[in-house]
Design a protein around this ligand. Structure first.
Ligand code: PHE
Length: 337
């Protein structure tokens, strides 16, 4: 019994000097482990005289329970200590300024592109897209531009191979859509196009929005009405609109559409080269031969088509004089829109 009492004392001495959880774990093993001091005492029960055994066994078990409880108590204390320490060392200074993350914004080209598609959507046009790497067939052939046609020189084409090009305009989407769908159609096709050309008003990649409408009796007046409404929504309701005869192999008749110069109100200036007019898009009535390529009966269907350059419209809208600014990623420029 005395041995047990001194065991209890020595445990208390040791447990008081424990300063960490691993140390406490060691102490637990030392007393209560398989070969622990208290466990050993239980094993030697048989060596005790039978009449003393119950009292002895009871005392050993009490000692064991006592030590177990003590270990739990000390463990709790140590954990609280650690928690307090961590709060102090990992303290968060909520008065520090936050990390600054600059806001991004929509690119001016994309902004105007959304505006254009928005205006046509409100007139009931659907949006379709086509591939930028395009077959010669869709970019030229089916648009009534056969090989060796002089119109091919008008567009400085990037060739991937003899039959594959980077599309030079969005007009091939007309063919792709008409091939898979039947009239009535009211479509716009926005996207990137490519031409081997670079100067103050040309970049090798730029954006176009194609538009076309096909049904049983679409007239040139429909084209005029749609484009006039578009221009008045895009610029202002007072902007003069002019249709000028022109030529495209895939439309007949063809026209170039001008707006009254928004910089000089038509008086004549450097931007409009003293003409008072700015060209903003090409358009016309879809050529019967194009309908034949897609298997539409040209006796039954008529339609109009137009194509505009998004960079050009953006430059006019914001008074930008160099197209290359759009692609230089200078934030001082881009932040203005
Ligand atoms: N695809 C022509 C171009 O890029 C524009 C256009 C489209 C003209 C549709 C008429 C009809 O120059």
């Amino acid at each position: 019994m005395e041995v047990l009492l001194s065991l209890r004392d020595s445990f208390h001495k040791e447990s008081e000097s424990v300063t960490s959880l691993p140390e406490l774990q060691q102490l637990k093993v030392k007393y209560l482990g398989k070969k622990g001091l208290v466990t050993e005492k239980l094993k030697t029960l048989s060596a005790i005289a039978p009449e003393h055994r119950p009292a002895y066994g009871k005392t050993v078990n009490e000692l064991k329970q006592h030590i177990e409880q003590e270990i739990i108590r000390v463990e709790l204390l140590l954990k609280q200590e650690e928690y307090k320490k961590s709060i102090l060392t990992e303290a968060l200074d909520v008065t520090l300024p936050g990390k600054y993350t600059p806001f991004g914004r929509e690119h001016p080209i994309h902004k105007v592109l959304s505006e254009i598609t928005g205006i046509f959507s409100s007139m009931g046009f659907e949006v379709e897209e086509g591939p930028e790497v395009e077959l010669d067939y869709y970019n030229f052939e089916a648009l009534n531009i056969p090989k060796n046609h002089p119109a091919r020189d008008m567009q400085d084409t990037f060739y991937i191979s003899d039959e594959v090009v980077l599309r030079t305009h969005t007009s091939p989407v007309q063919i792709r859509v008409m091939e898979k769908r039947k009239p009535p159609l009211k479509i716009i096709a926005p996207g990137k196009v490519y031409r081997c050309d670079a100067d103050i008003s040309h970049t090798p990649m730029f954006h176009q929005v194609e538009g076309f409408m096909v049904d049983t009796d679409i007239a040139f007046s429909d084209l005029k009405g749609v484009l006039q409404l578009f221009i008045h929504s895009m610029f202002s309701a007072e902007t003069p609109v002019r249709f000028r005869p022109s030529y495209f192999p895939f439309t007949e008749p063809s026209a170039e559409v001008d707006i009254g110069c928004i910089f000089c109100s038509g008086k004549g200036c450097r931007v409009c080269k003293q003409t008072g007019w700015l060209e903003i898009l090409g358009a016309g009535m879809i050529h019967p031969r194009v309908f034949e390529y897609v298997g539409y009966n040209p006796e039954m269907y008529t339609g109009f088509a137009f194509g505009m350059g998004v960079e050009r419209i953006t430059m006019l809208k914001f008074g930008i004089d160099d197209i290359r600014l759009f692609f230089e990623n200078d934030l001082r420029f881009l932040r203005q829109f």
